[in-house]
Design a protein around this ligand. Structure first.
Ligand SMILES: [Zn+2]
Length: 467
């Protein structure tokens, strides 16, 4: 049984999908105009974890996970103008980088990745319906959602009207009937990306993008809607208002799941504050994607996560310890007969994604395996049997891999950085030996030895390890 905290009802309750064979989850994705930072990576990793858990519980084909790509936006237009290129050059580039960065963190691609620029018809259709229903109006080339037309507005953020207006720093504009009204459609001047519409050439507002794409791809009411805490207001509040009004009062989502911020010191990591660290930089420094993934999962998703060097070092040390145990358990590879995941770890994860408890359980399993392995090797106990140990090793590995951890083979993990150079030298030495050029072969071996690399010649070829 999975339990999830729902921001709308402010309670944790059992997750019972509408249809267990077609569970629907939508997460607000990136606006692609710059490189993602670690704060942007957190929701990708958190909802990847939730998707893995749902698939484990309900089956591989049970879930449709959609994450949109916002590829029309004022920031994109500004970036394109600054470079003197078409906006699609900017969005193609940064979407590609986003996917590379997230894959490096073990994030699987979502099932659907709708792009705003491909969905304009769904958006104008929803806007037209909202106008007919009296929830939206056109003024000076804009179309606005009329907040006073929705008596339930504010249900998610639970703010009163004045706080909402102040919190949103809403633009007071002459074409707005009420300062809280928000843009569904806005005009595009000549030379700026735009589409023809009943209200003139223009482009959609950000909020209507998600409502229209959810309706088109997933339906009127979805099981889970996710995103960062900063999206609750105004973005998700506005999505709720649009969708509920367009759908005769039907709820947009049955569970609203929000992750906390990544903090840098006392402040939230954010591009506008200029205090960002990107996965790309960290990977270029030699950190592995799994290390960053573990660091991101080390705090409960609803809590803030202070990002420090110590956090990354600790995640690396934990993975080194786990991989060391796997390395020492090499004789047991392939002998295990279980595809089970540890029950205690699964229970922790099912309790509103309690990843700290899940990871603590993995560490306890790793320590236990180490103890049993030593007892087995030194024959200190008659009760430790080969098969039992092999099965425990597999359960440990299955559990970690369920969360996208311990996916590398342990030898490769410890070889680490620069291993492709070393592989190339080992290959050159093998070639030299084949052509009986022993002087070159010995020189390469000595060079590698000076770098702390030990070669071992065996029947299957030459392997290497660090001293
Ligand atoms: Zn959204």
């Amino acid at each position: 049984m999975i339990r999830l905290h729902d921001t709308l009802t402010r309670e944790k309750r059992e997750f019972v999908p509408q249809d267990p064979n077609r569970i629907t989850m939508y997460v607000c994705g990136p606006t692609v105009y710059g490189r993602a930072h670690i704060g942007n990576a957190r929701p990708a990793v958190v909802f990847d974890t939730l998707a893995r858990l749902i698939r484990h519980e309900f089956g591989d084909d049970s879930l449709i996970y959609a994450r949109n790509v916002t590829d029309v936006d004022d920031k994109i237009i500004a970036a394109a103008e600054a470079e003197g290129v078409d906006p699609s050059v900017i969005t193609d580039r940064y979407e590609r980088h986003y996917l590379e960065d997230m894959r490096a963190l073990g994030v699987r691609d979502p099932d659907l990745a709708p792009h705003a620029t491909q969905e304009i018809g769904s958006m104008t259709s929803m806007i037209e319906r909202l106008m007919v229903l009296g929830n939206a109006y056109a003024a000076e080339g804009h179309v606005l959602f009329s907040v006073p037309s929705d008596p339930d507005y504010g249900v998610l953020s639970k703010r009163d009207r004045d706080a909402m207006i102040a919190g949103a720093r809403v633009e007071v504009a002459p074409y707005k009937r009420d300062p809280a009204d928000f843009v569904l459609w806005k005009p595009s001047p000549e030379g700026v990306i735009g589409w023809d519409s009943p209200w003139g050439r223009g482009r959609p507002g950000w909020h209507v993008e998600c409502s229209a794409m959810i309706e088109r791809h997933l339906g009127e009411t979805i099981d889970i809607h996710g995103g960062g805490l900063d999206l609750i207001f105004p973005h998700h509040e506005n999505e709720i208002a649009q969708s509920r009004c367009a759908h005769g009062g039907l709820p947009l989502a049955r569970f609203w799941v929000h992750n906390g911020f990544v903090d840098m010191g006392a402040e939230k990591m954010s591009k506008s504050l200029g205090n960002i660290v990107t996965p790309a930089e960290l990977l270029a420094q030699g950190h592995r994607g799994e290390t960053l993934r573990l660091a991101l999962l080390s705090a409960h998703y609803r809590q803030p996560l202070p990002w420090t060097e110590a956090l990354v070092d600790q995640a690396k040390a934990t993975l080194d310890r786990w991989y060391r145990v796997l390395l020492e358990l090499r004789p047991f590879v392939g002998a295990g007969e279980t595809d089970e995941v540890d029950w205690h770890a699964l229970e922790a994860l099912s309790d509103d994604l309690n990843t700290p408890a899940f990871l603590a359980r993995l560490s306890a399993m790793s320590d236990h395996l180490w103890k049993l392995r030593n007892q087995y090797i030194h024959k200190q106990s008659d009760t430790v049997e080969f098969q039992g140990l092999a099965d425990l090793r597999d359960t440990f590995l299955n559990t970690a891999r369920m969360l996208g951890l311990l996916t590398e083979n342990p030898e490769a993990w410890f070889r680490g950085e620069g291993s492709s150079d070393i592989d190339a030298k080992v290959k050159a030495r093998t070639e030299a030996k084949k052509s009986r050029d022993f002087a070159t072969a010995d020189r390469i071996r000595d060079e590698l030895k000076a770098e702390g690399i030990i070669l071992e010649d065996g029947p299957g070829g030459t392997t290497w390890r660090r001293e």
